[in-house]
Ligand binder design. Structure first.
Ligand SMILES: Cc1ncc(COP(=O)(O)O)c(C=O)c1O
Length: 398
């Protein structure tokens, strides 16, 4: 007989690297917004793999694409052309500013590619000394050494120094600070259009436009990290499209293939030309399984009214949270775009997350005090109502 859920959890506490504060449940199945643990308990999932399962768990089109592709070709080297990879690159370019795509396997890896491309482009164009990238305080760009060095939060750096040289941090949403930081050594500015892990922080209306102008004036590149907010999460395919300011480079991952690991760096042709064969690579990047699903994700987002649902349901969830804010003074703020929504509390959010879990709802907390809601973009009003009823009860018991 196989091991029980409890046994696997106990073993996991010993054999898994201690990198996540895991909840003591083992999820075994998912469908739409629902997931079930090994005891058969059902949950409504407002985490969605942290902005990964945009189409919900085991979406039939995703499952079908995986099954078909698994029978056809699971992997081949990038020494050869892969049909679904070309198809996904075409879709990403058709629907964004981009003209060329590099595929990899995660958000951190996509950002590593962006950092390398920006440096290579600047060195070829402007000389060896132009390598510094300005990034934002309170940002998160990933845990590999380059992406970690780009991340503007000391708590993530601690214990891993020395960091990669060549990053300078300035406050988010502060154009003057960026202007002051740009020097002869600067090659790019890298920013999350909306800071996600940092607590769902939205920029002021003119911020991205101002950044682009500064970059153009000083001939440096603008890089958007859309790893968490891209792929429909904000109600448009890419978050930058709300602000109508394209970058030179954009990174994607998380929901690009609805949970099949993938990352992508999208760039203009001119900038992408700085890479040539041998300068950068990823064995699994653009693998047939992941890119086949990526095509299905984009087509479904655009053809099945998912972006519209995201906008409508996002507005509804914000409205319901604001109703709670009017009644509970410890809710300090409610903010977000589409279905990446934060409710900032006057205290640590973990206790609320724990209570929701007991009651059969997965939610998440980021930046200590911000309850984060990133449900699949197919969430219904009825599912939101169920969560809000329970949240209201939990808040009223405080
Ligand atoms: C904005 C942003 N960039 C990069 C990353 C890193 O992505 P990954 O965990 O796939 O390496 C994250 C992860 O949360 C993220 O939110």
């Amino acid at each position: 007989m196989g091991m029980t859920g409890d046994e696997l959890i106990r073993e996991g506490q010993h054999v898994l690297a201690n990198t996540y504060a895991r909840y003591p449940i083992l999820l075994v199945r998912g469908e739409g917004l629902k997931v079930w643990d090994s005891t058969g308990k059902e949950y409504l999932d407002f985490v969605g793999g942290i902005a990964v399962c945009g189409l919900g768990h085991c979406h039939p089109k995703v499952v079908q694409a995986l099954e078909e592709q698994a029978r056809q070709l699971i992997h081949c080297s990038n020494l050869y052309y892969i049909g679904p990879q070309v198809e996904l690159a075409r879709r990403l370019c058709e629907h964004s500013f981009g003209e060329r795509v590099f595929f990899c396997n995660s958000g951190a890896e996509a950002n590593e590619a962006a950092i390398k491309l920006a440096r290579k482009y600047a060195k070829e164009r402007h000389g060896e000394d132009q390598y510094e990238i300005i990034t934002m305080e309170n940002s998160v760009h990933g845990r590999t050494m380059g992406a970690l060095s780009a991340t503007g939060q000391e708590k993530f750096h601690k214990g891993f120094e020395p960091l990669l040289p060549g990053f300078r941090y300035v406050p988010f949403d502060d154009l003057k600070a960026v202007e002051g930081a740009i020097g002869p050594q600067t090659c790019a500015v890298m920013v999350e259009p909306i800071q996600a892990e940092g607590g769902i922080i939205l920029p002021s209306p003119g911020y991205l436009k101002g950044l682009r102008e500064l970059c153009d004036q000083t001939e440096i590149l603008l890089i958007y990290d859309e790893v968490q907010v891209g792929m429909g999460r904000t109600g448009k395919l890419f978050a930058y499209q709300h602000y109508e300011v394209p970058p030179h480079i954009m990174t994607l991952a998380k929901s690009l293939a609805n949970g099949v690991p993938i990352g992508a760096m999208v760039a203009t042709d001119e900038v992408a030309q700085a890479f040539s064969p041998g300068t950068h690579a990823a064995t699994f990047g653009g693998n047939p399984l992941a890119t086949r699903v990526g095509c299905v994700v984009i087509d479904t987002l655009l053809e099945d009214g998912i972006l519209e649902n995201c906008q409508e349901m996002g507005a509804y969830l914000v409205k319901r949270l604001l109703d709670l804010k009017a009644r509970y003074s410890f809710i300090r703020d409610v903010r977000g775009k589409g279905l990446i929504i934060g409710a900032e509390l006057a205290f640590e959010g973990k206790e609320i997350v724990d209570r929701c879990l007991e009651r059969g709802f997965l939610i998440n907390c980021t930046a200590g005090t911000v309850l984060r809601f990133t449900p699949p973009l197919i969430v219904t009003q009825e599912e939101i109502d169920r969560l809000l009823t329970v949240l209201d009860e939990i808040f009223s018991e405080r």
